[in-house]
Design a binder for this molecule. Structure first.
Ligand code: PAF
Length: 280
């Protein structure tokens, strides 16, 4: 049976007990409103851990001033029930005061240069600084041996890997595959903002990623693929932040464009911002 924990001393006592027994601890950081993608991360981390903690915290420091922090869906009871079913041992639900004891203004913060400054970093300035700020705190609170992050937030995964290496966090980072709806739309808590009409059109994002892959296999030039992808999305009513091809490191494709590539898209449908990607 899962235990919900809201106070840091209780969390620390549980983790200390597990470590005394020589058990490995896994962490799944989340912002709640959980879906099958999150539950698959619990399974993923369970492969490398004896006890699993999932955190539920809508982190104010990773939202921009005009973003959806206040309306982000908060469904803790359903989340805890789902985590219990998924075999999670502890749900860690810190308050903002427990996460940022000095208050948000005075809080120590991380900065994510390099890979954190392109794509999402350009569209959402400061976003990855906030992600790294909260994830580093979660690592200190939970002391996990392993932590799992989803590939849908591909750039976030790259930034976290960079942070772990640079800051020498003793945490193994695991990647969870993208979980999709039957029509191909990547699962996301933000999908529920979509109107019925927008939900039908949203699948065009995944279809565009697939078209980008096919075009590259057919030898079409990268700039042409990116231009066609943006146009296709605009035709479906999206406002496009980016539709690009990158190396898996997120560097620009090399001149020959050989080796694996990533297609990455961020675009808004009405007021809902969606992201997705495909590696090939
Ligand atoms: O991917 C998310 O849900 C969040 O960015 C994370 C990693 C839980 C940090 O708040």
């Amino acid at each position: 049976m899962i235990e919900s924990v809201t106070e840091l001393p209780r969390l620390r006592a549980l983790v200390a007990g597990w470590k005394r027994e020589g058990l490995r601890v896994g962490l799944v950081p989340t912002m709640g409103n959980l879906h099958a993608g999150h539950f698959s991360l619990v399974e993923r981390v369970r492969e490398r851990a004896d006890r699993v903690v999932a955190s539920i915290f809508v982190n104010p420091t990773q939202f921009g001033p005009n973003e959806d922090f206040s309306r982000y869906p908060r469904t803790p009871d359903a989340d805890i029930a789902g985590l219990d079913q998924a075999g999670c041992d502890v749900a860690w639900l810190p308050s903002v005061a427990a996460m940022y004891p000095l208050g948000i203004e005075k809080a120590m913060r991380m900065h994510a240069p390099g890979v954190g400054e392109t794509l999402e970093g350009e569209s959402r300035p400061g976003h990855f600084d906030g992600v790294c700020t909260v994830v580093s705190r979660l690592f200190n609170q939970v002391q996990p041996d392993a932590a799992a992050f989803g590939r849908k937030d591909y750039q976030q995964l790259a930034v976290i890997r960079q942070m772990v290496q640079d800051m020498a966090f003793p945490v193994e980072i695991l990647a969870g595959d993208i979980v999709r709806e039957a029509d191909g739309l990547a699962m996301s808590s933000r999908n529920q903002y979509l109107s019925a009409d927008a939900r039908v059109r949203a699948v065009e994002m995944y279809r565009t990623l697939q078209a980008m892959r096919e075009a590259r296999i057919d030898g079409v030039e990268i700039a042409e693929i990116e231009g066609n992808a943006s146009q296709r999305l605009r035709n479906a009513g999206f406002v496009v932040d980016y539709a690009v091809l990158r190396q898996p490191s997120l560097a620009l494709p090399d001149a020959g464009g050989s080796g694996s590539l990533m297609a990455l898209i961020a675009a808004k449908l009405d007021s809902t911002r969606l992201i997705d990607n495909l590696e090939f």
